[in-house]
Design a binder for this molecule. Structure first.
Ligand code: SAH
Length: 347
């Protein structure tokens, strides 16, 4: 017996034809599951009886469980940090962030992470395993069910490096963005990477459906390699080469994420380096003043810059023509901000 949430449309179509059923059965089943959220095969009324009986023998539907929720009200709405567990007991975190009419879900793609970025709490827990596509989608299904509300945007900025688990992530993306299934438009889905250029090079960067965010965090190789071991393999030149190859675009720029760390990458010279390396016609910049979990041992050497410094950095980039946003991570006070996603097992 397998969890049917782990199958792509193509895989389910193959299953149908291999068992003597029409290929179209796959789409019917998936509509019931992802559009209607019906998980009992026996009531999928337009699916042939024989196929329903066969499905009952081979598959089950199992959502992830929500074992804890922490709320934060920032005046505009709630952020909720979910502790989510899977069939084998592994735990990850997902955060839903409400802003005006938008409901963004920050999903995890791995249990832990092997990228080792020194400013990120998830790295401190090491790597356990990749999530399956079903486990990635399950985070959304469980949260929507719990909140009784639709998620409108998805960011792959929870635990893990999505491009280090690209096969399962792409399977999940396909179901999340398919208008007949979950139906979140590709332009409302952002895949964030620490810069696995080898995987990015496999995408058609000018025609990639989903939004791409690259965690830059430093504009010189020495600092970036210190912060992000991945930079030793794929240095900044690789990022600029890829980004600058992209055609200028008004609506589909690559986002450069930049965690601001006091006295380390927050000087005006750092902003100037960004200006020199990148073009405002191709990228926008998202500044994230460092988040630090209370009593973080892992981040003990790092501090968040003061607001004045953040503002100066932002103004320097804006004056050079860049669209710049500052993300004072919501969920900060519940240790649910970026880089603070470290599953605590409740014992
Ligand atoms: N592995 C992916 C996605 C997860 S991190 C990546 O590296 O992009 C999502 C975002 O949170 C990244 O931009 C990362 O730089 C940022 N981040 C990580 N730790 C942080 C911290 N302690 N404070 C603020 N932002 C952090």
């Amino acid at each position: 017996m397998k969890n049917i949430l782990n199958l792509s449309k193509k895989e389910l179509e193959e299953y149908c034809t291999a068992n003597g059923f029409k290929k179209y059965g796959a789409e019917q089943i998936m509509r019931w599951i992802y559009q209607n959220r019906i998980f009992d095969f026996s009531i999928m009324s337009d699916v042939s009886k024989d196929l329903r009986e066969k499905l009952d023998k081979d598959f089950y539907v199992k959502l992830s469980g929500i074992i804890d929720v922490k709320y934060e009200n920032d005046g505009n709405g709630y952020s909720k940090k979910y502790l989510i567990n899977f069939e084998n007991g592994d735990i990850v975190e997902s955060i839903s962030i409400a802003h005006k009419n938008r409901r963004t879900l920050c999903v995890s793609s791995q249990v832990g992470c092997r990228m080792g970025c020194v400013y990120c709490e998830t790295a401190g827990m090491g790597f356990s395993r990749n999530l399956t596509s079903g486990e990635i989608i399950s985070q959304l299904l469980s949260v929507e069910n719990y909140e009784n509300d639709k998620i409108t945007n998805i960011v792959f900025m929870g635990m893990g490096e999505p491009l280090d688990n690209i096969v399962e992530v792409e399977k999940a993306l396909e179901i999340m963005s398919n208008g007949k299934f979950i139906g979140i438009a590709p332009r409302k889905i952002t895949v964030s990477t620490c810069g696995l250029i080898n995987v990015l090079e496999g995408f058609d960067i000018n025609d990639y459906k989903y939004k791409i965010a690259i965690s830059l965090n430093a504009a010189d190789n020495e600092t970036r390699s210190m912060l992000m071991p991945v930079n030793k393999k794929f240095p900044i030149e690789k990022i600029t080469e890829l980004v600058n190859f992209k055609k200028p675009s008004l609506h589909n720029k690559i986002t450069l994420e930049y965690v601001l760390i006091k006295d380390l990458n927050d000087r005006i010279e750092d902003a100037k380096r960004i200006i020199k390396l990148f073009s405002p016609s191709k990228v926008k910049v998202n500044l994230i003043p460092l988040n630090k979990a209370e009593n973080s041992f892992y981040l003990k050497n790092f501090e968040r810059p003061d607001n004045f410094t953040v503002d100066k950095f932002k103004t320097k980039l804006s004056n050079a023509g860049f669209t710049v946003t500052v993300r004072f991570s919501k969920g900060g006070s519940i240790n649910g901000g970026c880089g603070q996603l470290k599953a605590q097992t409740k014992r």
